[in-house]
Design a protein around this ligand. Structure first.
Ligand code: NAP
Ligand code: F7E
Length: 350
């Protein structure tokens, strides 16, 4: 480690959060090293604008091939880069997919976190470690709203893997004095959100429906509720978590909750349409009030074997100890996403 130099190592750099965090850390003067997963097709679209921007890059942005399933790769990267901060954002992050690939999800999201922590312990490096923990730990919620003290009740292989990651972070902190913190982040979305997560699926589909490129939007459970915030604010929270004097665990959330149904209604409203719901259960549909055209229907393939019905987080600890507060409202978040996707739809950009 060079004296006083801030060096970040980020897994999951090609994801939504990885891309925003990279921009933030470069602005703050860090060298940023990202772990890139080999893919048969391009997977760097969220960071290409950074990589190709010489002014921002200024020889401070580096990509390394790697994978959270490969200990020797992680050991080598930690040893070689000697990061001052590590942000472990890499994960098989899709809850429904985790039911299809439970073992892989455990390997990457659970044991992958252990691999990183053990690399730190073995090298004896004085680095700080951020773990991308999740509100999914609360699952079948035991308390409303959820705080750092609410008992966990995971409801998916994803959540169970992240639960292991949460506790191994706590254990390495207590057993080996590693500066390791969990950010228990509630859902956070953006115009860079993956298109298979429900928010972006809705804003993309509605934009395509209104511009005549898609017939219908098929969804699963319309009644589950989420606490949705804006991703750029949450990566700033991650950074603050590692700037605290002591390692600790923090919730980042908005303390507001809304259903998928409300998200659909608000999206179409921003596009100038009102949704009218008819029927119930599998036969429920949503139509445009203006024309009667049916645009939303239920596809049971999107139901999960076990569902997380309600999430709402209390971020008071982060406000008090880190000075972190969410700024973007539910409606403002949807507006940002819709405006971006509607522009793309008009230009026929995917
Ligand atoms: P995302 O967009 O799905 O990005 C996931 C990242 O992990 C991608 O860069 C992906 O690479 C990488 N990755 C997947 N498998 C990997 C492996 N085996 N080895 C190394 N990297 C791997 O997720 P996100 O929304 O940015 O979330 C970031 C982290 O926060 C994740 O750990 C997620 O579980 C957690 N989290 C997210 C939220 C949220 O609401 N967004 C809330 C709480 C916690 P490819 O691009 O190659 O696929
Ligand atoms: O689902 C319902 C679905 O996939 C939200 C990840 O970032 O946040 C995310 O996990 C809700 C669920 O996100 C569809 O059943 C209905 O109740 O957008 P999602 P998630 O499962 O909350 C947490 C905090 C993470 O940590 C994760 O990494 O929406 N839903 N219909 C649908 N969901 C999807 N994906 N697709 C549908 O058609």
């Amino acid at each position: 480690m060079e004296n006083g130099k801030k060096i970040a190592l980020v897994s999951g750099i090609t994801g939504q959060d990885g891309s925003y965090l990279t921009e933030l850390l470069l602005e703050k003067g860090y060298d940023v090293h990202g772990i890139l997963r080999r893919s048969s097709s391009f997977n760097t679209f969220r960071i290409d604008h950074i990589y190709n921007n010489n002014e921002l890059l200024n020889r401070r942005f580096f990509l390394h091939y790697g994978d959270l399933t490969d200990s020797s790769n992680l050991n080598r990267l930690v040893e070689k880069i000697q990061p001052t901060e590590i942000y472990n954002l890499g994960a098989q992050s899709h809850v429904q997919v985790s039911f299809e690939v439970p073992e892989y999800t455990a390997e990457v999201d659970g044991v992958g976190t252990l691999r990183f922590l053990d690399a730190i312990k073995e090298t004896g490096l004085k680095t700080k470690f951020y773990q991308a923990s999740t509100s999914e730990l609360f699952g079948k919620v035991q308390e409303v709203p959820q705080t750092e003290k609410t008992p966990f009740y995971p409801r998916s292989p994803y959540a169970a893997a992240k639960l292991y990651a949460y506790w191994i972070v706590v254990n390495y902190r207590e057993a080996y004095n590693v500066f390791a913190s969990n950010g228990i982040l509630f859902n956070h979305e953006s115009e860079r959100r993956g298109k298979t997560f429900v928010t972006r699926k809705i804003t993309v589909a509605a934009s395509k429906i209104i511009t005549g490129q898609q017939d219908k939007l098929y969804l699963g459970n319309l009644d589950s509720k989420r606490d949705w915030g804006y991703a750029p604010e949450y990566v700033e929270g991650m950074w603050r978590i590692l700037q605290a004097d002591e390692p600790d665990d923090f919730i980042l959330a908005t303390n507001e909750t809304h259903s998928i149904r409300e998200f659909v209604e608000e999206t179409f409203k921003i596009l100038g349409e009102e949704i009218v719901w008819k029927g119930s259960g599998l036969n429920e549909t949503g139509s445009l009030k203006s024309s009667g055209r049916e645009v939303v229907a239920i596809d049971p393939r999107h139901f999960r074997p076990t569902e997380v019905e309600l999430l709402i987080g209390n971020p008071a600890k982060a406000a008090e100890k880190l000075g972190w507060k969410p700024k973007t409202s539910f409606r403002e978040l949807i507006r940002i996403m819709v405006e971006s996707d509607f522009e793309k739809a008009k230009k026929r950009i995917d």
